[in-house]
Design a protein around this ligand. Structure first.
Ligand code: HEC
Length: 414
């Protein structure tokens, strides 16, 4: 979408292939349960009725209904029966484990989306366990893992949610906090790290940079109501989900200047119905002098498209006009995303893969190491595959219920 640094966008010539990999092909691990004591948890009945029973009705009750079917051993629709028995071996405990490990629903039944999975497991464990959002995710590029502890000694500032009240019925709420970047001279961002406050309700955190001042005058707003107008909070530079460490630049960094703004987007989910939650989570930004490589963010991908019901794909192509280095890329889709590919089509017709990813989860927006050189005449191609089982067509747009298809790529000189 952006024209940046010698890249421009062309429509995708070839049709997009439409086959998607089968869903639910992975068996997860039980690490999120380490240290969890089921005896401390009696899942909330009102939250069950309001948020969780509908998930079980839609995803499980075809087998685990009042009259279990297809070999399912029990009814999972009765609150009292779920909580009956010895903590650790109650149905509610077994439900949390089987869904978090993704051995339920069985293969060939539609997998729970990550939000529903997290809501169910979060409720069943009183907000204490969050399933690993990368379960099921398969990518053939290395995840960006540069961890440079010395950067933690650099000057830093916090971009923090100013005491946000997360009500007991908050489900999938995207709250945005816009603020000034407090620097008085140009600096490079060297490291980004999440500052966790109430982890029980925190689902994921995204940092956007606004160099244009478009968010001037905004402070806290619902990311999905469009209060931000056309600021199109898409200058996404980093995303955090449970399990993600700090992000460090090995060489150079991202330029921030006096007058720049930032938007911290926090996805809250209080599936356990916890009361009195006031969250102060945010992002800590460590910065250094303007030295070595300046990396710029290019948002590659189609701007406008439809996501019809069923399986579909969109793709896009950006032409390269000068020798550039692609440091890393962060695929970005919303909740209907299923798979993602980025590759370079060389001027000579050959192809070099940047990343092939299946099992997309909105919660696991990881940065992948590309470290590829591109030159004039090459094209960078982006392809997003969607699986839309909502029963309604969707479209591209900024709201979470709309879709996006971007590869946020850090581009720099060779
Ligand atoms: C297509 C049918 C089907 C669907 C849909 C399904 N299950 Fe199952 N479930 C089974 C069968 C069959 C078994 C027994 C075999 C096994 O344990 O794998 C089972 C076993 C289980 C068990 C183990 C029960 C025990 O006594 O330990 C749990 C827990 C469970 N399912 C939870 C779920 C949840 C939660 C969902 C929805 C998110 C779900 N299942 C969706 C068929 C289904």
């Amino acid at each position: 979408m952006l024209l940046l640094l010698g890249l421009t966008l062309l429509a995708c010539g070839d049709p997009c292939p439409q086959e998607l990999a089968p869903a639910n092909d992975a068996v997860g691990d039980t690490r999120p349960f380490d240290g969890y004591d089921p005896a401390s948890c009696a899942p909330d009945e009102a939250a069950w009725a309001d948020h969780i029973a509908p998930i079980v009705d839609a995803g499980c009750a075809s087998c685990h209904g009042p009259e279990p079917a297809f070999g399912a051993p029990n009814d999972l629709t009765d609150y009292a029966a779920l909580l009956d028995g010895e903590p650790g071996n109650r149905l509610v405990d077994r439900m949390a484990r089987r869904t978090a490990m993704q051995t339920m629903p069985p293969p060939n039944s539609p997998a729970l989306g990550h939000d529903a999975l997290d809501a169910l497991v979060g409720w069943a464990t009183c907000g204490q366990v969050h399933p690993d959002p990368t379960v099921g995710l398969r990518a053939d590029a290395a995840v960006w893992d540069a961890d440079i502890p010395e950067h933690a000694a650099l000057p830093a500032f916090d971009l923090t949610a100013p005491g946000y009240a997360v009500s007991p019925d908050t489900i999938d709420h995207y709250q945005c906090f816009a603020m000034d970047i407090p620097v008085d001279e140009p600096r490079f961002i060297k490291r980004m790290q999440v500052t966790l406050d109430d982890a029980r309700v925190l689902h994921h955190v995204v940092l956007h940079l606004d160099h244009s001042g478009a968010t001037q005058g905004l402070d806290a707003f619902d990311c999905d109501t469009g209060d931000a107008g056309d600021t199109g909070v898409t200058g996404q530079v980093w995303a955090w989900a449970p399990g993600t460490g700090a992000f460090d630049f090995e060489d150079g960094g991202l330029l921030i200047e006096p007058g720049d703004r930032a938007v911290v987007e926090i996805h809250y989910n209080n599936a356990a119905g916890l009361t009195g939650v006031i969250d102060h989570s945010g992002v800590r930004v460590f910065h250094g002098p303007v030295e070595e490589t300046e990396w710029t963010l290019a948002a590659l991908g189609p701007a406008e498209f439809d996501v019809p019901q069923g399986d579909s794909a969109v793709c896009d192509s950006s032409e390269v006009f000068a020798l550039r280095r692609l440091l890393a890329g962060m695929p970005h889709m919303h909740e209907l995303g299923a798979e993602f590919q980025a590759w370079v089509e060389r001027a000579d017709g050959s192809r070099e893969d940047l990343v092939n990813l299946t099992g997309w989860s909105f919660e696991a927006q990881l940065v992948y190491r590309f470290d590829a050189l591109v030159d004039a005449g090459d094209h960078i191609r982006t392809r997003c595959g969607y699986r839309n089982e909502t029963g309604a067509d969707a479209h591209s747009g900024n709201r979470t219920q709309d879709e996006m298809c971007f590869d946020f790529v850090f581009v720099g000189p060779p």
